[in-house]
Ligand binder design. Structure first.
Ligand code: SF4
Ligand code: SF4
Length: 400
C-alpha cells in the first residue's frame, strides 16, 4: 500500500481510506452484515489500509459501533479513526458533548484521531457552531488528547470553501473531488488553497457514489477503451485523484470484498504526478464529451457571485447538469440538490431564490442567460413541493 505523509502532523496515512458508510447489509433489511463487515475491515488493515472514516449518522448510527467492534483485539492501535459531528443535530453545546460521549462509547476508544464538523456548506453554518463554543470545546478535547486533529468536511460552493478554510487553522479538511468535480464544490483551486495554507486534504466521493463507474455516457467508456492499456473506469477515476500530490487520502466507501481488493491493487500502483501525456489526453477527451452533454455551459468560475439573493448560481447549474450527464432520479436527485444548495443550512442557496435582478448576467464570460436558466433549474429540480418540504424539515430541526 502506498502512503503519504500528513503535511501537518507527520502521520503516515495509506492513500486509500476506508469509507464506512456502505457496509454490506443483510438481505435488504438495512442492518449491517456484521461478521462480513468486520472481516472486510480487518482484511483491509492487514493489506495496509490505516485510515477509517465514519460518522455519527452513517448507517443510522450503526457504522461507528461496527467499526468499534472491528477494531477490538489490537486493530485500534494500528489505524486512524475519523468521525464527525453532525451540525444539524447541534442546537447548543450540550448536544455536541452528548454526541461525542456516544461516539467514544460506540467506537470503544478513548480518543479520536481525526474529528470533523460534518458537511459544512457555508460560512454562516460554521459561524453558528463557533458562536455556540464548539471550536473552543474541541480545542479543549484536543489539549486533553481526546481528539488529535480538528477538521471539517465540505459540500458547498467554491467561495464558501475558501471562506471556511481560511477562517480557522484547521488540522485537515475533507472535500468532494474527482475528475468530474474539478470545477465543482471546493474545486481544484480549493484543493490548492488548502495545501498552500498547510492543511492536509482528504478526498471523498472519488467515484461520485459509483456514478463514475456505471452511469457514464457510452462515449466516455469508448474514450477509456481507446487507451493502449485496458483499465477499468474505477482505476481511471482513482488514478486521476492520486495523480494530485496535494491529496493525502482518498476515501472509498467499499461494500464488498472484491471492491476492497480492487481498490487496494489500484492504490498499490498509483503515485502522484504519474499520468503520462497520453493518459491526460484521454481525460481531455472524456471532459470534452462531458461538456458536450452539459445543459448549461457553466465553468463554475464564480464571476457572477455573490448573488444578492443568496443563490449559489454555479452550484445550481452543477446539480442540473448532473441530472443529464450522469442520471439519477426522484428522491436521490432531489436530496443531492438539497444538500448542495444548503436546504437545511442557515443560508439556503437554491435556484428559486432568484429575484431576477439581473446583476449576475453581465459578469458571465459564458454569456449564460442566468435568470432564464435558473427558472428551468427551479422547475426541474424543485417543482412545487420543494419549498413546503424544506420548510417542514427546517421547522422540525429548529433551523432558523
Ligand atoms: S438575477 Fe437572480 S441569480 Fe442573478 S444576481 Fe439577481 S437574484 Fe441573483
Ligand atoms: S459567471 Fe457564468 S460560467 Fe461563471 S459561475 Fe457564473 S454562470 Fe457559471
Amino acid at each position: 500500500m502506498n502512503t503519504r505523509v500528513n503535511i501537518k502532523n507527520g502521520d503516515e496515512l495509506s492513500i486509500l481510506g476506508f469509507g464506512c458508510m456502505r457496509f454490506p447489509t443483510k438481505g435488504g433489511s438495512g442492518n449491517i452484515d456484521e461478521p462480513r463487515s468486520i472481516a472486510m475491515i480487518r482484511d483491509s488493515i492487514e493489506k495496509g489500509v490505516n485510515y477509517f472514516d465514519t460518522a455519527y449518522i452513517y448507517h443510522n448510527g450503526k457504522s461507528e459501533s461496527l467499526l468499534g467492534k472491528a477494531l477490538l483485539g489490537g486493530y485500534r492501535e494500528r489505524v486512524k479513526i475519523a468521525t464527525k459531528l453532525p451540525p444539524f443535530m447541534v442546537h447548543k453545546l450540550e448536544n455536541a458533548k452528548k454526541i461525542m460521549e456516544t461516539q467514544l462509547k460506540r467506537l470503544q476508544t478513548d480518543y479520536i484521531d481525526y474529528y470533523l464538523l460534518h458537511m459544512l456548506t457555508d460560512k454562516p453554518m460554521f459561524d453558528r457552531l463557533v458562536n455556540m463554543g464548539v471550536l473552543e470545546w474541541l480545542e479543549e478535547l484536543k489539549a486533553d488528547g481526546v481528539i488529535k486533529n480538528i477538521g471539517f468536511s465540505f459540500h458547498g460552493a467554491k467561495m464558501d470553501f475558501e471562506q471556511i478554510v481560511q477562517a480557522y487553522p484547521w488540522d485537515f479538511c475533507q472535500i468532494q473531488y474527482n475528475y468530474l468535480d474539478e470545477n465543482n464544490q471546493a474545486t481544484k483551486s480549493g484543493l490548492l488553497l488548502a495545501t498552500k495554507l498547510g492543511i492536509p486534504v482528504i478526498v471523498m466521493e472519488p467515484l461520485r457514489g459509483g456514478k463514475l463507474v456505471t452511469h457514464l455516457p457510452k462515449q466516455v467508456y469508448d474514450a477509456f477503451a481507446s487507451y493502449e492499456q485496458e483499465r477499468s473506469p474505477v482505476e481511471w477515476a482513482l488514478r486521476w485523484i492520486w495523480n494530485h500530490p496535494e491529496v493525502n487520502v482518498v476515501l472509498s466507501g467499499m461494500s464488498d470484498e472484491a471492491q476492497i481488493q480492487d481498490n487496494i491493487d489500484i492504490a498499490c500502483r498509483s503515485t502522484s504526478n504519474s499520468l503520462t501525456p497520453q493518459e491526460l489526453e484521454v481525460f481531455e477527451k472524456v471532459k470534452a464529451i462531458m461538456m458536450e452533454k452539459t445543459k448549461v455551459p457553466c465553468t463554475a468560475c464564480g464571476y457572477c457571485m455573490p448573488c444578492p439573493a443568496g443563490v449559489d448560481i454555479p452550484g445550481c447549474f452543477s446539480c442540473y447538469n448532473d441530472k443529464y450527464l450522469i442520471g439519477g432520479k426522484g428522491l436521490r436527485l432531489r436530496m443531492k440538490y438539497m444538500q448542495t444548495l444548503g436546504a437545511l443550512s442557515v443560508k439556503p442557496a437554491n435556484a428559486s431564490r432568484c429575484v431576477g435582478c439581473g446583476k449576475c448576467e453581465s459578469h458571465c464570460p459564458q454569456n449564460i442567460e442566468i435568470r432564464r436558466q435558473l427558472k428551468t433549474v427551479s422547475k426541474e429540480m424543485e417543482g412545487i413541493i420543494y419549498r413546503p418540504l424544506v420548510g417542514i424539515a427546517r421547522k422540525f430541526l429548529k433551523i432558523k
